[in-house]
Design a protein around this ligand. Structure first.
Ligand code: ADP
Ligand code: MG
Length: 257
């Protein structure tokens, strides 16, 4: 069975894309078949997996708005995960979809088409853009769960309520089964009490599960995207890579239970 998770937070720079790439590679290391979907017109996920969006003729935009089969666009990467890549054209897709019937369901349809084509992915991870627009709503509609990366600093709770309002709407109108799997603390500086306090406050205020372990802030992550490989490949034994492997093991266990 395919588990589809949306990695969402409308705030930029909270490590959504890093989380999608790292968790995806960690799950692939565990022998799972993984597809990552880049839903951000900035195409950072695509770029960080060693693919230059400018070299692509086909991308997720053609699947969402031009009726192309996902299997015609999916690429394999050096890191062992498959990728449905994005280019800047996706910015136009967002506008195009606004006037389309069934726009919330476009990604759910893609997931169904992959199943029908016999593509038996264990995990599909959706890298959402930093907004609560059409693409994020479509991702939440296609997913069984949402994971919220959160940088634990004073004002980070401000967006969480809004995101949860959107989740609530999605549950009501397009995807009854959507579950919040929890918040994943990212860019975490465990040396300060501050980070832990912020995290506890948010988890309590919104009644959210905290996914363990927190991902430590480390310079290795800042360097990885430029290398075109995931941190799990470039710094195999770093603390950040170890943390993502542990989160992947926990997700796997949750999916199996
Ligand atoms: P988002 O997709 O939410 O905008 P990104 O994954 O692109 O966030 O991360 C934002 C920036 O933070 C990137 O430059 C990334 O390399 C860096 N980063 C992500 N995780 C970590 C970490 N654990 N430690 C240090 N830097 C990180
Ligand atoms: Mg991103």
């Amino acid at each position: 069975m395919t588990r589809v998770l949306a990695i969402a937070n409308q705030k930029g720079g909270v490590a959504k894309t890093t989380t999608v790439a790292s968790l995806g590679v960690a799950l692939a290391e565990r022998g799972k078949r993984v597809l990552l979907v880049d839903l951000d017109p900035q195409a950072c996920l695509t770029f960080s997996l060693g693919i230059d969006p400018e070299d692509l003729e086909l991308s997720v935009h053609h699947v969402l708005t031009k009726g192309l089969a996902p299997t015609e666009v999916i690429l394999t990467t050096e890191d062992g995960v498959d990728l449905l890549p994005a280019t800047i054209e996706l910015a136009r897709a967002e506008a195009d979809l606004l006037t389309r019937t069934g726009r919330e369901h476009v990604l759910r349809t893609v997931v169904e088409e992959l199943a029908e084509a016999g593509e038996d992915y264990d995990w599909i991870l959706l890298d959402c853009p930093p907004s609560l627009g059409v693409l994020t709503v479509a991702a939440l509609t296609a997913a069984e769960g949402v994971l919220i990366p959160l940088q634990c600093e004073t004002l980070s709770h401000r967006g969480v309520g809004q995101l949860l309002d959107t989740v609530h709407d999605v549950r009501r109108f397009t995807n009854r089964g959507l579950a919040v799997w929890g918040v994943l603390p990212t860019l975490y500086d465990g040396r300060t009490n501050h980070a832990r306090t912020v995290l506890e406050t948010i988890a309590e205020t919104y009644d959210l599960e905290v996914i363990e372990p927190p991902i430590p802030k480390t310079i290795k992550f800042a360097e990885a995207p430029a290398a075109g490989r995931s941190i799990l490949a470039t710094s195999r034994s770093s603390k950040g890579a170890a943390a993502y492997r542990e989160v992947a093991a926990n997700l796997d266990a949750r999916a199996a239970s």
